[in-house]
Design a binder for this molecule. Structure first.
Ligand SMILES: [Zn+2]
Length: 385
């Protein structure tokens, strides 16, 4: 990472908001205006109250009232005055106080350690910590992650807005890990466990979805839709269409690891043959790479990339999504792997517009998941993302 240790691009992330399906009832109007005002300052500040009224469409009287409330709560701060050529006294500018709150974000998908950060509201990393997993599963693994979360909250040196956690497995309602075989967690109310221990709201998301949210937040092109593929444990996917994360029935969208793509392929733990997970999982690809001479390595990578491309092509055709970001370790997601994946996609899917279908690699898996779950905390607690 260059420059400040920062998750994502703050300028970018400030402008992107996840679309929610909640309806606003009249008594929520004030709350909604408060959120809109905060969003506008977060994305476009520093701004004067008059400019804020103009950009948000909220009346000047309401802006003044709400801004006063937000300054008092410490979320907004007056940061000087605006020079202008006209007469009259200069306008006072309002900014979001980035250190008003901390966010704690955890990433549980690494094979050897649980990783966490403390950030400010803009994603600047103030503290990083990790704890070795050492093969722990079930209750012991929960204790390890709670210990890490506690350590981060203790290091936060400020009020913590909430805790976001990206984990392998199926996650329901941003709270319950329905199943994460690799950790031997089943119907685990992880959010409740975290809140019970730390007294803070917690938001849990599947790692593939969290990574997709991170990719969305990061994306310099500002695409509204994308398919994120996460190659860590098996194969995870997160789909964002029109700014909304697709969760699917039973929150199982993106669980593509046991999609059988080669009926006569190798037997998988699930009993099917030729599961995607069996064919393109990082560990499996590395096994095959280790078993072939140097000159055949590219062949192995191209084959794996083509299998992935073939599997995701129908997903792109159905959703009309034109951009795929593949996140995985550099020794697997190589130019050869990616090229084969892209070729397989382009050979199968008609692009919806003039632009070619995009298949690119993204790095910093760890940070993408952390960005994604931080965005969930910001959205859930302040209406920001
Ligand atoms: Zn399987």
């Amino acid at each position: 990472m260059t420059g400040a240790d920062r998750l994502g691009d703050p300028g970018r992330s400030a402008l992107r908001r996840l679309r929610t399906t909640q309806r606003i009832v009249p008594q929520q109007a004030r709350e909604q205006n408060r959120t809109l005002l905060l969003q506008t300052v977060f994305a476009e500040g520093p701004l004067s109250r008059a400019e804020l009224a103009r950009r948000s469409g909220i009346s000047a009287v309401s802006v003044s009232d709400l801004a006063g409330e937000l300054v008092e709560s410490g979320l907004l701060v007056e940061t000087g005055t605006q020079r202008h050529s006209g007469a009259g006294k200069p306008a006072v500018l309002l900014s979001v106080r980035e250190d008003a709150f901390r966010i704690v974000a955890l990433h549980l998908s690494d094979a050897v350690r649980f990783i966490g950060v403390v950030t400010d509201l803009r994603g600047t990393v103030l503290h990083r910590a990790s704890v070795p997993i050492d093969g722990r599963v079930g209750e012991e693994a929960i204790e390890a992650l709670l210990g890490l979360a506690q350590q981060l909250v203790d290091a936060a040196e400020g009020p913590v807005l909430g805790i976001g956690i990206g984990t392998p497995g199926i996650v329901v309602d941003r709270r319950i890990v329905r199943r994460a075989d690799v950790r031997r967690w089943f119907d685990l109310d992880l959010a409740a466990r975290v809140t019970e221990r730390l007294g803070l709201p917690a938001y849990i998301e599947n790692d593939g979805n969290a990574a997709a949210l991170g990719m969305y937040t990061h994306d310099p092109e500002g695409r509204a839709s994308l398919l994120g593929i996460l190659l860590t444990y098996g194969v995870g996917a997160g789909l964002i269409v029109g700014g909304a994360l697709v969760e699917g029935d039973r929150f199982a969208a993106g669980e593509i690891g046991h999609l059988s793509v080669q009926p006569d392929g190798p037997l998988c733990d699930c009993g099917r043959r030729g599961c995607l997970q069996r064919l393109v999982d990082t560990a499996r690809v590395r096994e095959r790479l280790a078993a072939v001479p140097e000159q055949e390595r590219d062949g192995v990578l191209a084959e794996a990339g083509a299998v992935l491309g073939t599997a995701i092509a129908p997903m792109l055709a159905v959703t009309g999504v034109g951009s795929v970001f593949v996140s995985g370790p550099d020794d697997v997601v190589t130019g050869t792997f990616l090229g084969a994946c892209r070729d397989a996609v382009r050979a199968r899917v008609q692009p919806s517009g003039e632009d070619e279908l995009v298949v690119e690699a993204v790095h910093d898996i760890e940070d993408l998941v952390l960005v994604g779950v931080s965005a969930l905390v910001l959205e859930a607690r302040l209406g920001l993302a």
